[in-house]
Design a protein around this ligand. Sequence first.
Ligand SMILES: [Zn+2]
Length: 129
Amino acid sequence: MLIYLFCYDVSPHNSHSFPALIYSLSMKTCITCGMPLTGNHANDIGLELPEGPVCKFDSENGKVKSAEAIFEGGIVFFAEETTDGDRELAERLTRKNMHSLSYWKTHPFKKLEGTEATDAEFETAMAKL
Ligand SMILES: [Zn+2]
């Protein structure tokens, strides 16, 4: 599970690199988590799909990992980095982030259904990254 933590850019020097919501769509980002794939992360591309690149943390053996695994990775990330372990909030933050990515509009899965974080909650969480 630990590896999923690094799926998201937590660099304090580059606060604009995450999440997809504030990251420019014109930049190269992972289509499944929104992680930037430029600069320090230029070598983190694990897979190139017709829809775009997938980071190495969201792919395995030439395939995108399961939606559930990527979703869980987001929860772990947000819980540890932004919510002091509040998993319920982390889950809603993950949902909001994934909803912002067009990939999940065409690859819906059960856990994506449910309550999303509010804009205020999301902004508060982002400010901690
Ligand atoms: Zn990714």
